[in-house]
Design a protein around this ligand. Structure first.
Ligand code: BGC
Length: 750
């Protein structure tokens, strides 16, 4: 029997690194004490102005000459948004050779899901449930970006998001704390490498904290998270990333319960530094320090600069509050010198650890060959394949047989939209390198492919479908690519209606009416409310924004060269009015576990109620698709699910054994998920919580017995007494292919 340790492997990897070098990742530049000694030597030679200069981050956008003087004077510690390696070398040369102390710059960029080779958006990456593949993708991003001189990325975004109206839901791992934490570790390992070297790009975990809970799903909005929610739901991914060695952290734009994060001493000091043990660099979000004036949390830029630095901010991104006011604040005694010294230590340390002092320059010629390397494109394709979720497949509509397929109609606004399939935050991905579904299908099927877009862009309202309907009649199969362009999700791109925009649903309806087989692929930055569209297709693949290699990936899935295995990293809703609806909610006093209510509600004439439980009269109590859901071309059966014991102590590790059988005709992957419920707590507990998962490959007909493990201390939570611990009592555990399936096993914790 094969034993798989699902929860500890990555964490252990992180711990080993941590214990072997006392908090920092291993670096080629020397031991911890040597690094600290270098920091102190440098610090002792710096003037107050030079120290404050290190705390200033500016955005590029002009010519090197525009910043040269500031660099010479030591007024800039970091620059973001410069990616030209020739210019970066020159910026470094000026900093190193022409400033008094020769401190190199930390060059930053939002490398969010790939640099040139673009991977699926983070929400799509989460759908892979494959941390190893996500780590591989982040490593590719680091190799490409660092070869051009970018040594700091503002990723991963760890904001738990339960509201698909929020455009930035695209940038995170969805609604689940455990999944988010595993993705966090994977990305930190990938960006930074397991040891720090010249290909390490410092990760920046963001946005600290609670930003994804923006009221109404409107970006930048206030949040009102209780300390218990913060600790049980929002902080664990940050904790996991810190343990994995994340070097930097970004504050968030939101105010939580009235306190803007950039001035929040409780979260930035008490929690982050004292409890989580973070010893890296804290940067503000873009002008988030200045925005504390708009929040009404400070009178002017000087006031908020003092508040931010005292709260624990080390570097100011684009407020210019530190560079303009800190000297005066120190002279007047409003800010202590030791506060400045601590901040500068955190900045110098990361520059030393990255080896920037030894080697500030990049080889421009060599960097060209690194971009879009075949292995990078291959990893991007595999990621796009694993992230696609099969939501419907009536009567085995998919896969299509490449050998016998006749005329193929390719249609829809996203079929050939190279920029839009890259998704949000893909600054450096180029259209010319992006392979669209149309290009991939034409490459493979040549003249068999007829392309009639139907709609030129998703929001097009007025459209006649005569041409596309006529083409559908001529075709044997219709492949429709719908969804939303990149610009409809991401920062400040929120929506209050989540149906397919424009006339896309009407297009699908018209296509379906032809009686031809209609296969729909959705490219989107969020889970859209696609219930109506599911009626108008035979099969639906949900690909989020799949990146550079989205076209070949989707073509492989449609024609069975790859088998869908992605699972929903977030609950898919029937209607936007169900927001927020997530699988790991607490139990109400009047739960809706009524068979009838879990289905679509149909009230009889005159009926106004189905009983006093928690549900919507018009959309029931269940979502369209639960968390963790996704079909395959094959089928899987779980059996013999057993726990090794009926009662555990808090220090035990639970072993659950089971047999998984691939009962269909295709070799395929299944994402096995382990959920736990704590039946009674000092505070009410979620109805289910993911506590482990494993992606397993099984050949057609293969049957495998195996064991997954969950340490009992993973069941700990922040209870009524304000302490995190496992509360003894009765629990349930599920092993299943999604969050709504399976039968629970019972156990006790003593
Ligand atoms: C975003 C951050 C991003 C920063 C720098 C801000 O507007 O909120 O996530 O890293 O800009 O581009």
């Amino acid at each position: 029997m094969k034993e798989i340790r699902i929860s500890l492997l990555l964490t252990l990897g992180g711990l080993l690194l941590l214990t072997s070098c006392g908090g920092h990742k291993l670096s080629t530049v020397g031991s911890d004490s040597e690094v600290e000694a270098r920091v102190e030597r440098l610090l002792s030679r710096m003037t107050l102005a030079e120290k404050i200069g290190q705390m200033n981050q500016i955005s590029a956008g002009g010519e090197v000459a525009d910043y040269a003087e500031a660099l010479r004077k030591g007024q800039v510690g970091s620059i973001l948004n410069e990616v030209d390696p020739v210019k970066i070398n020159e910026l470094q040369r000026i900093s190193v050779e022409e400033s008094r102390l020769g401190i190199p710059l930390l060059v930053a960029r939002d490398v969010i899901h790939g640099f040139h080779t673009v991977f699926p958006i983070p929400l799509g990456l989460a759908a892979t449930f494959d941390p190893a593949l996500v780590e591989e993708g982040a490593r590719v991003a680091a190799l490409e970006a660092t070869s051009q001189g970018v040594r700091w990325t503002f990723s991963p975004m760890l904001d738990i998001a339960r509201d698909p109206r929020w455009g930035r839901i695209a940038e995170g791992s969805g609604e689940d704390t455990w999944l988010d934490a595993r993705m966090a570790e994977a990305m930190v390992y990938g960006y930074q490498g397991r040891d720090l070297d010249s290909t390490s790009m410092a990760a920046c975990i963001k946005h600290f904290v609670g930003y994804g809970a923006a009221e109404g799903g409107r970006d930048y909005n206030s949040t009102f998270l209780t300390e218990r929610q913060l600790r049980n739901i929002y902080l664990p991914p940050f904790e996991a990333a810190v343990k994995a060695g994340a070097q930097t952290l970004m504050t968030s734009f939101n105010d939580n319960d009235g306190v803007p994060s950039t001035g929040n001493t409780f979260v930035l000091k008490d929690v982050l530094r004292d409890e989580l043990g973070f010893d890296g660099l804290v940067v503000t979000d873009w002008n988030s320090m200045g925005e504390m004036v708009s929040h009404g949390f400070g009178t002017d830029r000087k006031d908020v600069a003092a508040k931010a630095v005292k709260a624990g901010v080390d570097m100011d991104m684009m407020t210019f509050g530190f560079i303009s006011h800190l000297e005066e604040l120190v002279s007047s005694g409003a800010v202590k010198r030791s506060v400045i010294d601590d901040a500068v230590r955190n900045i110098l340390r990361i520059k030393i650890l990255l080896g920037l002092f030894e080697n500030p320059y990049v080889d421009v010629e060599a960097s060209r060959a690194v971009q879009y390397a075949p292995a990078h494109l291959d990893a991007a394709r595999r990621s796009a394949e694993e992230s696609a979720i099969l939501l419907k497949n009536d009567a085995g509509a998919l896969p299509l047989d490449a050998g016998s397929v006749g005329r193929i109609l390719v249609t829809g606004p996203l079929a050939d939209a190279p920029h839009d399939q890259l998704g949000t935050w893909a600054f450096d991905g180029e259209k010319t390198h992006t392979v669209t579904p149309l290009a991939a299908l034409r490459e493979r099927f040549g003249a068999k492919v007829e392309y009639v877009p139907g709609l030129t862009y998703s929001r097009q309202e007025r459209a006649r479908f005569d041409d596309v309907v006529a083409a559908a009649r001529r075709a044997d199969v219709v492949l429709a690519f719908v969804g939303e362009e990149a610009i409809l999700s991401g920062e400040a791109h929120c929506l209050s209606d989540l149906d397919l925009v424009g006339s896309q649903s009407a297009l699908l309806e018209a296509l379906k009416a032809t009686g031809k087989k209609v296969i729909v692929t959705v490219f989107a930055g969020r889970p859209l409310t696609i219930g109506r569209d599911l009626q108008n297709c035979d099969a639906m693949l949900y690909s989020f924004h799949p990146g550079t290699m989205g076209g070949p990936a989707v073509a492989n899935l449609i024609f069975g060269d790859a088998v869908p295995s992605g699972k929903t990293p977030i609950t898919f809703l029937k209607t936007v009015g169900q927001v927020p609806m997530y699988y790991n909610h607490n139990m109400t006093g009047r739960p809706y576990n009524n068979e009838r209510l879990m289905k679509d509600i149909e009230l009889e004439a005159g009926q106004t109620s189905l009983g006093n439980t928690s549900y919507y009269l018009d959309s029931g109590a269940s979502p369209l698709f639960p968390f963790g859901y996704g079909l395959s071309y094959t089928s899987f059966e779980y059996s013999d699910i057993k726990l090794d014991k009926s009662s555990y102590s808090p220090s035990d590790v639970i072993s659950v054994s089971f047999t998984l059988a691939n009962t269909g005709k295709y070799d395929a992957d299944e994402v096995v998920q382990v959920y736990v419920r704590d039946l009674v707590g000092s505070v009410t507990r979620p109805v289910k919580e993911l506590k482990g998962f494993e992606r397993l490959s099984l050949r057609a007909g293969e049957k495998r017995s195996m064991t997954l493990t969950v340490p009992v201390d993973e069941l700990a939570f922040w209870g009524l007494d304000g302490k995190k611990k496992v509360e003894p009592g009765d629990f349930q555990l599920w092993v299943a292919g999604d969050s709504a399936s399976g039968a629970p096993l019972s156990f006790k914790v003593q």
